[in-house]
Design a protein around this ligand. Structure first.
Ligand code: ATP
Ligand code: ZN
Length: 482
């Protein structure tokens, strides 16, 4: 027999990270839009939501500070998006501006001006075929330290569970269905993760998640009845939540995913395809410009640059020291986002490696703070962390048998033992210079100099390198403390 009640379909994406173009297994935005078209045709009671981290991650987005994604998402007919941490990568003021260019709402209940009102509406109410859905959004408080601190200056991220409970209570008697749209994620965190929010908050029917890039084939049904759904990453999947609502109650719900195989017979949306195509074409002359030709593959894989010295890490740190003339340089491994293959290197590849538009700054830092910085950088070692230091002009050893905070030794600057009391000029990026990745010891120093962008410095350095080979030289190594 037919399922009783009004059938509503919620389609969802998350962590698409600007994978606008189809590149298997990523379906790209045109295909995602085509899937949405097909579902809307089959069931007009269909919504399309995004769980955040859409506007940063490829040159398609970073070249124009996310504006390209806004245009494409407007064409796709989204109903709402929650800002993820990466939505703040161009600064919160810019995000507010972008949100106004969207033809659908950006919502989040826990992003606020300090001691003041929300930056966005906390929720929307959608009426679909007589059924009212309250969609309440949350952004990971990790954003406060995962993006450049200046991008979130003056705003704060309040407690996800508290805010969610508050708005669930407010909407409970006004709507039939409560949907959480959350860029919170399922990884352990020092703030509430998705499982904490679901456990602590009463009354969420469906919880659509992002941030941890989790692929949930058919969702997770929590003990209290909340259905958690999450659609992986990079447009590999479109999530599908089917709901049947009868007499103001959800009488049945289920979650599933569509991948490129299942979508094989579905036509991409032509308008979205044309738009993505024209933006790509517009950007090509800039991105395809060959800026260097090198003889060595340069290692920038996430698990490498966040756990140890790599030749690309060395090179970028060398580039920082080179343009600034500083004694030493340090840049966070997490800021290096891709490898570079030998041969021609394009501008696009360089921006893909360094997508944050970081500037090079110098600080005059006491030796003891340089040591503290290295301790901070290797505190998770051998576990990966974004703060892992890629360095130049100095060398050090890590003793992993020692406690975090006390495992760095044999620090040498220019071949001589570091003097904790002496002052050294340090080149770093604007992210770490103001305390990004918990380099708090740098915060007390005012900027001594500014030396242009990291990507330009890397290009200059690659050109200088020419056909030379680049191998790591052991500036960072493991060793038992004396
Ligand atoms: P997701 O991509 O799903 O949000 P995530 O945000 O947890 O995941 P990661 O890929 O772990 O992101 O990246 C976080 C790391 O990126 C930070 O620890 C830091 O090393 C680096 N990072 C973030 N913003 C900047 C920036 N503006 N400049 C330099 N590095 C940055
Ligand atoms: Zn995220």
């Amino acid at each position: 027999p037919e399922q009783k009640g009004t059938h509503i379909t919620i389609l969802h994406t998350n962590d698409t990270h600007a994978r606008a173009v189809e590149e298997s297994p990523n379906m790209g935005y045109a295909k995602v839009a085509g899937i949405a078209d097909k579902y809307r045709k089959d069931n007009p009671n269909t919504l399309l939501l995004d769980g955040g981290d859409a506007i940063h991650g490829t040159t398609f987005a970073t070249l124009v500070n996310g504006e390209s994604i806004v245009k494409v998402m407007n064409e796709m007919g989204y109903d709402a998006i929650v800002p993820g941490n990466h939505e703040f990568n161009y600064g919160w003021e810019h995000l507010v501006k972008l949100s106004k260019d969207l033809n659908f709402p950006m919502i989040s209940a826990n992003v606020k001006k300090k001691n003041s009102t929300g930056l966005f509406d906390p929720y929307i109410i959608k009426e679909v075929d007589g059924v009212k859905l309250g969609i309440i959004a949350l952004t990971t408080p990790e954003t406060a330290y995962k993006t450049n601190p200046k991008n979130v200056e003056g705003i704060e991220f309040t407690d996800p569970s508290d805010e969610m409970q508050k708005y669930v209570d407010e909407l409970r008697n006004k709507v039939d269905v409560i949907v959480a749209l959350a860029h919170i994620g399922q990884d352990d965190s020092d703030t509430d993760n998705t499982f904490d929010v679901v456990e602590e908050v009463d009354g969420i029917d469906v919880y659509i998640d992002g941030h941890s890039h989790t692929t949930l084939e058919d969702g997770i049904l929590a003990d209290n009845g909340t259905l958690i759904a999450s659609a992986g990453e990079y447009t590999k999947y479109v999530g599908v939540v089917d709901l049947w609502v009868d007499g103001g109650d959800v009488v049945k719900k289920k979650a599933s995913l569509i991948d490129e195989k299942e979508a094989a017979g579905i036509a991409p949306n032509e308008k979205v395809a044309a738009l993505v195509g024209s933006i790509t074409k517009e950007q090509a002359p800039i991105l395809d410009e060959v800026v260097a030709n090198i003889a060595t593959d340069l290692e920038g894989a996430r698990e490498k640059v966040r756990t140890g010295e790599t030749n690309l890490g060395d090179l970028i740190a060398d580039a920082l020291r080179d343009v600034s003339g500083a004694d030493v340089a340090l840049t966070n491994g997490g800021g290096i986002r891709a490898s570079i293959d030998k041969g021609d290197v394009t501008k696009g590849e360089v921006i893909t490696v360094l997508p944050f538009g970081n500037q090079i700054v110098t600080l005059n830092v006491k030796g003891e703070d340089l040591i503290a910085a290295l301790e901070n950088g290797v505190k998770s070692y051998p576990e990966a962390s974004g703060g892992f230091p890629q360095i130049s002009g100095f060398t050090f050893k890590i003793d992993p048998s020692k406690e975090a905070g006390n495992r760095v030794h044999s620090v040498m600057v220019g071949g001589k033992a570091i003097d904790p009391e002496a002052t050294y000029s340090l080149a770093t990026n604007d992210f770490t210079s103001i305390g990004g990745d918990e380099y708090d010891m740098f915060k007390k120093y005012s900027q001594a100099g500014l030396y242009g962008s990291l990507d330009e410095a890397l290009i200059t350095h690659l050109q200088k390198l020419g056909k030379g080979t680049v191998t790591t030289d052991g500036r960072i190594s493991e060793g038992t403390a004396p």
